[in-house]
Design a protein around this ligand. Structure first.
Ligand code: AMP
Ligand code: ZN
Length: 142
């Protein structure tokens, strides 16, 4: 199978076996390995082997293989680390914190007492503001 590759991309090099990683899982389309700077130990990354910059470049048909790997690897991480939960999240584009521009999902084992707060939340000025924004977003779906 010929995959879309980018020689300057660290995750493409890992997917091709040209750079080392602590591999957890690999199939034709997807692989998973430990993140070198874990939020909690066992923090892993699930990537498509082909190079897509972010979720917006990726064909939706990749979704099934990625979700299967997230479930399979996520269960194994929780079992091995005795985690009570698992965050699965993704950064898309620099403003959202993306640093490696090859689509990837973070799998982070969580413990009831790990005192991690992923993000602060805010409120809308009022219900009107919230409903107006929902209408703006729906317009962009057309
Ligand atoms: P993001 O901010 O979503 O782009 O996350 C990139 C992640 O990749 C960070 O959590 C890094 O610690 C991780 N990372 C970068 N290079 C490597 C590597 N060679 N092996 C494993 N993880 C890596
Ligand atoms: Zn890549």
């Amino acid at each position: 199978m010929t995959l879309n590759k980018n020689d300057d991309c660290i995750f493409c090099r890992i997917a091709e076996g040209k750079s080392p990683c602590a591999e957890l899982y690999s199939d034709d389309l997807v692989m998973a390995f430990l993140d070198i700077a874990p939020v909690n130990k066992g923090h892993a990354l699930v990537i498509p082997k082909a190079h897509y910059r972010d979720i917006f470049e990726m064909p939706p048909t990749m979704g099934e293989a990625l979700i299967r790997a997230q479930q399979h690897v996520g269960n194994a991480i929780m079992a091995a680390t005795k985690a009570e939960g698992l965050n699965i999240y993704m950064n898309n584009k620099a403003a959202a914190g993306q640093v490696v521009f090859h689509a990837h999902w973070h799998l982070i084992p969580r413990f009831a007492n790990d005192s991690l707060r992923l993000w602060p939340q805010h409120v809308y000025d009022d219900t009107e503001e919230m409903l107006q924004l929902a209408a703006e977003i729906r317009k962009k779906l057309r």
